[in-house]
Design a protein around this ligand. Structure first.
Ligand code: ZN
Length: 392
């Protein structure tokens, strides 16, 4: 069975082709050609019964987004005990154009983390019907209590390899955000690699020297760069300084123009190597919801007001309501950088770090046909393909 997407404006890393034709055979992209194929007629394309032609009428076709840091949507949080949560969450993410997601936990009890992993397993056993969930991201609980942000300090604890292994026995853990300055924090990075987990420095009060030790043990990832980490000072450059000094640190960036001001977005996207920048949403259960929505997160009250999710007590930002595609649009608007340069930050960089870089993150022959069709006016997806099948 074959699917042919015609009249596509293909945006892929270093590729921008207007009026392209994408041929999908099975799960994979068989060809991407600039062509007069927009005038393709079913009869002339060698189509067989059951084959499909999809005319996207000049809309953008990009690699399906990979969100490695997101907690929930539509009123559901991945840490909810109810297994329905991950199904609804993954469905909402797919509607955003996210084809692969690492559902992200909060700093909660071990029992709650095990429940979240069990729910991910249930989603897997049901055939992963919406966005693909190859594993999960643990945000905490091994963070710095002074840099909790909206994470509940009550559940913060010291790094424990055993605890991560216990969770990974239930469902694969792909990433962990933790404070490298914690006891044995540098060694912890090495232990995480041994079990296939990407260690990431986050919610941290680390000095540059703390990061250097973890870097020597392979750590190359920073959780929501600039947010809840040590700022740049001219005598102690902190984690923000580290992100600018060390080229190969993969920095997550929340591009909602709230977590970082426009000039910070300009600094990051014009001064850092774009091969090491990953856009994330860090979205909460209030994403895909409307203003006035109130909820609890890890036992803390949060209110959505003017599109901003903040703790009722203390007013800390609690995460975002961002959609991946709108984050890409924001950075494009703020920096003027061409989409074909920025688009690697929404999937390919993530795929490379996670070891999927030969099959995900590009609209190119041989890659899996995980694709999002973006309406260039609303910047929302009008169609989403996963493994060659149109799911939206
Ligand atoms: Zn988060």
């Amino acid at each position: 069975m074959k699917t042919i997407i015609i009249n596509a404006h293909v945006i892929s890393p270093d590729v921008d082709i207007k009026n392209a034709t994408i041929e999908i055979v099975g799960k994979k992209i068989a060809s991407v050609k600039p062509s007069s194929a927009s005038r393709l007629k079913s009869s002339s394309a060698g189509l067989k019964p059951g084959d499909t032609v999809v005319d996207v009428k000049g809309q953008y076709v990009m690699p399906g987004f990979i969100d490695v840091h997101t907690h929930g949507a539509l009123g559901y949080d991945f840490c909810d005990a109810d297994p329905k949560a991950i199904f609804e969450f993954a469905k909402a993410k797919l509607e955003e154009g996210v084809t692969t997601v690492l559902p992200t936990t909060l700093t909660v009890s071990h029992k709650e983390l095990i429940t979240a992993a069990k729910n991910a397993k249930k989603y897997d056993e049901a055939g992963q019907p919406y966005a693909k969930v190859p594993g999960i991201h643990l945000e905490g609980p091994f963070i710095n209590v002074k840099c909790c942000g909206a994470q509940n300090p009550k559940y913060v604890r010291n790094p424990s390899v055993k605890e991560v292994k216990d969770i990974a026995k239930v469902y694969p853990v792909k990433q962990i955000s933790y404070a490298v300055e914690a006891k044995d924090g540098a060694k912890f990075a090495k232990e995480m690699f041994k079990i296939g987990v990407v260690p990431s420095v986050g919610h941290t009060g680390a000095k540059f020297s703390d990061l250097e030790k973890a870097y020597k043990n392979g750590l190359r990832h920073m959780t929501h760069f600039c947010n809840q980490m040590t700022p740049l000072h001219h005598r102690e450059i902190g984690m923000v300084g580290a992100g600018f000094l060390v080229e190969d640190l993969n920095t997550e960036v929340i591009c909602d123009r709230i977590h970082l001001c426009d000039n910070m977005l300009r600094l990051i996207f014009t001064r850092r190597n774009l091969a090491h920048v990953q856009m994330i949403t860090d979205s909460l259960r209030c994403s895909h919801c409307t203003d006035g929505y109130a909820f609890e997160m890890g036992g803390l009250k949060v209110l959505l007001k003017n599109g901003e999710a903040r703790l009722v007590e203390g007013n800390n930002l609690a995460g975002s309501t961002l959609w991946m595609g709108l984050g890409l649009k924001n950075v494009h608007d703020v920096t003027g950088i061409p989409l074909c340069k920025l688009v690697r930050c929404t999937s390919w960089n993530q795929a490379i770090e996670q070891g999927w870089g030969k099959k995900l993150g590009k609209v190119e022959k041989g890659f899996l046909a995980d694709l999002v069709v973006i309406n260039p006016r609303s910047w929302k997806p009008s169609a989403v393909f996963v493994d060659g099948l149109q799911r939206i």
